[in-house]
Unconditional design. Structure first.
Length: 306
């Protein structure tokens, strides 16, 4: 379920952006997911300024160093790429409606109308993408992602200035789901939970049959999030609404923020690291993502597109 597809491209190249730097990956060919190359650059102070929504607005030459380094290392050049942004640079949520119109334009107007009631600031300055997901009972549910337009346009313009066309631009958890869902479902033998912790945000997703059943994003910028409580509440909803089994589905965790080993507070839920072994991936995936966890979402974006 891709909620923000641009024109179809099939690049093996992807970038993960964070508050502090950019990570480039080129994925390898073959049946098993692989990362053949990784480069990382920290942003200098002049690379961006914070915009009206508190998210970065990048300078025209912000990505020149990492694009130059990538071009030197890869055969065939670098002209197209997917880009993954932190969850904290977008607001991703589910919205329920009694009825949604068939036309895309009418749906968009309805979504914007509802977002104006929920989000601070000028909603007309956000780029909004959405897709319908499963909902028990009557009505309809949309998974909606809204990002500051000035941030997205500055990313596209800065890459274009370095000769790279951005083909897909999406939040990290959405990228993880789009690129890894089939492998996660296979590992789980069915439904699964995905908990993605990154700087400023904790995102929880429950999936079934290639579609999200549930999505919740919480900001951790001000107050800590009790992920155990969030998961228990989500599982209760899942069981009551979608007829989940008595045994909860497997919990997969990608933690980009703490750098700690393991997840002691989640121990009772038997979490499994979202990594190369779980994905039946080439050892290169685990090697690179251990050093740069954000690279997994970038690689997933490229695996999805290829």
């Amino acid at each position: 379920m891709s909620i923000n597809p641009f024109a179809p491209v099939v690049p093996p190249d992807a970038f993960a952006l964070t508050d502090s730097g950019a990570t480039y990956v080129r994925v390898g060919e073959g049946e098993r997911p692989a990362v053949s190359l990784l480069r990382h650059f920290d942003f200098p102070p002049e690379a961006f300024a914070l915009g009206a929504f508190g998210t970065p607005v990048f300078a025209p030459d912000a990505f020149a160093p990492i694009v130059t380094a990538a071009r030197r290392a890869v055969p065939g050049g670098l002209r197209r790429a997917s880009v993954v942004i932190p969850d904290a640079w977008a607001r991703t949520m589910t919205l329920d409606f009694d009825l949604i119109p068939a036309g895309r334009k009418e749906r968009s107007e309805m979504v914007h109308w509802k977002l104006k009631k929920l989000l601070p600031g000028r909603v007309d300055e956000l780029d909004v993408a959405f897709a319908e997901i499963a909902k028990a009972g009557e009505g309809a549910r949309l998974l909606v992602s809204a990002s500051p337009r000035e941030t997205l346009r500055s990313i596209e313009a800065a890459f274009a200035g370095s000769g790279v066309r951005v083909g897909r631009l999406q939040p990290a958890t959405v990228s993880l789901f789009n690129g890894l869902d089939k492998r996660l479902a296979k590992a789980a033998g069915g439904d699964y939970l995905l908990l993605h912790r990154s700087r400023g945000t904790s995102s929880l997703l429950i999936a079934r049959g290639g579609h999200p059943l549930f999505y919740r994003q919480k900001s951790t910028a001000v107050d800590a999030v009790d992920d155990v409580q969030e998961i228990r509440l989500s599982l209760s909803y899942y069981t009551e609404t979608f007829g989940g089994t008595t045994a909860p589905p497997p919990l997969y965790v990608l933690d980009e923020g703490t750098g700690e080993a393991g997840y002691p507070e989640l121990e009772a839920l038997a979490p499994t690291d979202l990594g190369g072994e779980l994905l039946d991936a080439d050892p290169s995936v685990g090697l690179h993502t251990k050093a740069h966890p954000e690279a997994l979402a970038a690689a997933a974006s490229a695996w999805e597109a290829s």
